[in-house]
Design a protein around this ligand. Structure first.
Ligand code: PHE
Ligand code: ZN
Length: 882
């Protein structure tokens, strides 16, 4: 296991590699416990570096069996090899060939980094620093090489042999063995290397690119699961087409392969021509996957495919630039989904995710800039900030420039940097060059952590028919950043009249307004809109044009007006959320003071109007009926947080909705409960989403008829979405039918691990005091496996991150359990352990009793023996500052 050596790493210390590797020839003989890796590296001094230098290659738990230079084996005094490094003090002055042989044990690799086995299949994971677990290498993304990979294995056990690029040769060998040779003509960093070997089934298809080239498409899965690949394949073809149409990007090899494996630390990996996926993001059929699963599969297939241009053709100079590929690729997959499905609904769910995860991260001790400047362990920076906020920053560039100039900037980026390892500065410069705009101040979005707060207060003057808007911005200190400078904040806005129409904007003041977007770049600014004939309602940050926390002086009546009439659908939804949040926070305060909760009919009237509006998409209405998450409410409250009070207030509000709108909810439920053959498309999924939100609200008070309706749906459902929705609602009600349904579900699906994951998740999320005992008991259940990240995330991860009241039990037992589990996983899979540890990211905002318990648990982890760099980093950052 890797501990904390040679760290931290700082962006400011970047310098080019002394050596380059132009060509890599690998010869890998797969064996369960002793896989031989022979690597021939074509080395040359980097002309951009400062002259002759020792060669120091990265390793991780490696052992070297032979080494030679230009065919001559190296005397032992000429090099030093440790598990972590291979150093040649005096390498040749010019180019040379370095030949290395290492032996690795894939079956013992529980970290799932480098070469490992998943249900017997050999597979690799090399991002960020996994290639160094296969052979010694310059394992940094700015060292790009052309790879040829020969793989050799038992013919019967490992019939399928895959690597990046195009297949150039296969053959049989004595001793029942065979081999395959793959060649990838595109230079790439080592983190994009992949190899797969196994007895896999394959689904075939093809795609003709815009220039008429035919590409073979292949999805490899464990045998027997081939019939669950159709949606993934369809998503892949739509992704290939979309990138041609939306960005002019064509695929560049003869074959594109996806391999689904059961043991994977993350969602999926964009290895050149050979994407490796967590099988949960490939396998789907109507009776095994929910609408949410189908949507995730579509988005992740697209995301990994889009990396071919944003990540692979143009990669990152160093890991500080991670958002260059991830933020941009998330932006691209969001746009894809918006075009394939509903743009407003996609925006709403992305903003929910951003607020519930990224804003929460930004508000706690793990806050970091979109482009960090220092890290101890890069694995811990695959975060909501780098991915989701990184995508928001790209979106703001588009908002500031408009679609046409944005596309020109992207074209320039692809043209200028194709084949390179680039930086954020180079990316942003392309937009500066096509638009003539200055992005110097805008770069603060990459360097300053935290969520800016914007206040927007408007006042109408009937006498002069002017509307004055006062704006301010502020940004609270975050770890390591005490002083913050003002940001460039694009605020899409409109002044909504009584008839619901936007007024024409004639503005004066010190703030620029370009195509309906006010650009706030100073700490405060005012805008005066003239010729406004009646008092309007301000709609600002439309479509969530900037990732900010917004405070306005909008009244309840204003919010109701926006919810009913705003031409921007996002802000219709937002008005309801703002309304609900105000009530929720007031009620949390009331509950904690032992007072009665207040029920506001204005919100109920606004929701009634939404339910009555036949023009709205069902998926939108479903979003409108769902209040902010507990995590989001907690973040808004900010300090002295009591998760029980938040849970209670949210429950009160949901019961209130059910009481006030029961008849309408029932009518909607019945309207959309009509049986039709299942189809995963977004319109059908939206109808099911609304139906299931209604089902849930109709049962929220626990009355017998509501519960019976849920159980009936559970039993008679003909698809996983409806069945799981039934089970999820039942899980929140302590009734005999809950136990019946959970038992039935397990009996039905016990042979399918991905479905058993859903069963584990729902049980881990139950907001009852007995849940911790149940979770502990489930860790001993035969369906659970501590070695499989999907099982761990479903059970332990859901408890820690998806069950605020029970993780944050007032007696601290939830924290102790999670801390124990982090320490247990630390030795076997540090990445998964560290991810679990991030459940403590909001501990400082808790009320004092819980805070003390949480601190004790974090300190116990920080003091653990043999702590991995991954876990140590999270524990120490969680404790720092404050
Ligand atoms: N690069 C992957 C993605 O976002 C994520 C990943 C990171 C996967 C590290 C594995 C390891 O598409
Ligand atoms: Zn990615």
């Amino acid at each position: 296991m890797r501990t904390d050596h040679a760290r931290p790493v700082r962006l400011a210390d970047y310098r080019p590699s002394d050596w380059l590797i132009d060509k890599v020839d690998l010869d890998i003989a797969l064996h369960p416990s002793a896989t031989k890796v022979r690597a021939r590296l074509s080395m040359r001094p980097n002309p951009a570096a400062d002259g002759p230098a020792p060669l120091r290659l990265d390793g991780d738990e490696l052992s070297l069996s032979s080494i030679s230079i230009d065919g001559a084996s190296l005397p032992s005094e000429a090099y030093a090899a440790t598990p972590d490094n291979l150093t040649i003090a005096q390498p040749p002055h010019g180019a040379f060939q370095l030949e290395l042989e290492t032996t690795i044990n894939p079956s013992a690799n529980t970290q799932l980094m480098g070469l490992y086995r998943s249900n017997g299949t050999y597979c690799t994971q090399c991002e960020a620093e996994g290639f160094r677990r296969i052979t010694y290498f310059l394992d940094r993304p700015d060292v790009m090489a052309v790879y040829t990979t020969r793989i050799e294995a038992d013919r019967a056990d490992v019939p399928v042999l895959l690597a990046n690029g195009n297949l150039v040769e296969t053959g049989t060998l004595p001793g029942e063995k065979h081999f395959a040779v793959w060649h990838d003509p595109h230079p790439k960093p080592a983190y994009l290397f992949a190899l797969v070997g196994g007895n896999l089934g394959c689904v075939d298809d093809s795609f003709t690119t815009m220039s008429g080239r035919k590409v073979a498409l292949k999805i490899y899965v464990e045998r027997g699961k081939e019939d669950r690949c159709a949606y993934a394949m369809d998503s892949l073809k739509r992704s290939l087409r979309w990138d041609e149409e939306a960005f002019g990007r064509e695929y560049d090899l003869d074959i594109f392969m996806i391999v689904a494996v059961s043991d994977f630390n993350m969602g999926a990996m964009e290895n050149k021509g050979l994407n490796v996926f967590n099988d949960k993001y490939v396998l789907a059929s109507s009776d095994t996957a929910t609408d949410g699963d189908f949507a995730s599969i579509e988005a992740i297939i697209a995301h990994e495919y889009f990396h071919n241009w944003t990540g692979n053709r143009i990669t990152c100079r160093d890991w500080f630039q991670l958002c260059l590929k991830e933020g941009l690729t998330v932006f691209r997959d969001q746009e894809f989904t918006s075009d394939q499905r509903s743009r407003p609904v996609k925006r709403i769910s992305d903003v929910r995710l951003l607020r519930g995860h990224q804003f929460v991260e930004d508000a706690g001790p793990l806050a970091h800039p979109v482009r960090p400047e220092i890290y101890h362990e890069i694995n811990n920076f695959y975060t909501a900030t780098v991915y989701e906020k990184g995508a928001e920053v790209v979106r703001m560039i588009k908002t500031l420039l408009g679609s046409d100039a944005f596309r020109k900037g992207m074209d320039l980026y692809f043209e200028r940097h194709d084949g390179e390892a680039a930086t954020i500065e180079q990316f942003v410069q392309c937009f500066a060059d096509v638009s003539g705009k200055d992005f110097t101040q805008f770069m603060r979005w990459y360097s300053q952590a935290g969520t800016p707060e914007v206040t927007a207060n408007g006042k109408y003057d009937a006498a002069t028919k002017t509307y004055r808007l006062d704006l301010t911005q502020s940004l609270a200190p975050t770890p390591g950043q005490k002083i913050k400078e003002p940001m460039v904040i694009p605020l899409a806005l409109g002044l909504v009249g009584r008839d619901g129409k936007d007024a024409t904007l004639h503005a004066k003041g010190n703030t620029r307004i370009e195509h309906g977007v006010a650009i706030l770049s100073s700490p405060s600014a005012s805008i005066e809109f003239s010729g406004i004939s009646e008092e309007p309602v301000l709609s600002i940050n439309r479509a969530f044009s900037a990732p900010i926390r917004l405070v306005t002086n909008l009244s309840a009546a204003d919010l109701q007006h926006l919810a009913a009439h705003d031409s921007d659908p996002f802000n219709r939804w937002q008005a309801l959320q703002t309304f609900a949040l105000r009530i929720l926070i007031a009620n949390v305060t009331a509950l904690r003071a032992g007072k009665n909760t207040n029920s506001d009919n204005g919100l109920m009237d606004a929701l009634a109007a939404i339910l009555a509006d036949k023009t709205l998409e069902p998926a939108f209405v479903a979003q409108a009926l769902t209040p902010p998450s507990e995590a989001d409410i907690a973040r808004e409250i900010g300090s002295d947080v009591d998760p029980d009070a938040i849970f209670a207030a949210r429950g009160h509000l949901r019961r209130k909705i059910s009481e006030c709108l029961g008849a309408e909810l029932l009518a909607l439920y019945e309207r959309f409960a009509v049986r039709e053959p299942y189809s995963p498309d977004s319109v059908s999924a939206g109808r099911r989403a609304l139906k299931n939100v209604c089902l849930d609200l109709l049962a929220v008070n626990g009355q017998a008829d509501g519960i019976a309706r849920v159980f009936e749906q559970y039993k008679s459902a003909d698809n996983m979405t409806d069945r799981l929705a039934g089970l999820a609602t039942l899980s929140f009600h302590d009734k005999p039918l809950r136990g019946t349904a959970f038992e039935d579900f397990y009996q039905r699906y016990s042979s399918d691990p991905l479905i058993v994951d859903k069963w584990l998740m729902l049980q881990a999320a139950i907001p009852d005091p007995i849940t911790l005992d149940r979770v502990v008991a489930l860790t001993a259940h035969p369906a659970f496996a501590v070695t499989n990240p999907n099982r761990v995330r479903s059970l332990i991860g859901t408890f820690a991150q998806g069950n605020p009241t029970q993780f944050n039990r007032a007696d601290g037992a939830g924290y102790e359990f999670v801390a124990d589990y982090v320490l247990k996983l630390n030795g076997t899979n540090p990445q998964v352990a560290a991810r679990l540890m991030t459940a403590f990211k909001s501990w400082r905002a808790l009320e004092s009793t819980r805070q003390a318990h949480a601190e004790k648990a974090i300190r116990r982890v920080a003091a653990g023996e043999n702590l991995s760099a991954d876990v140590k980093d999270i524990a120490e950052r969680a404790l720092a500052g404050g």
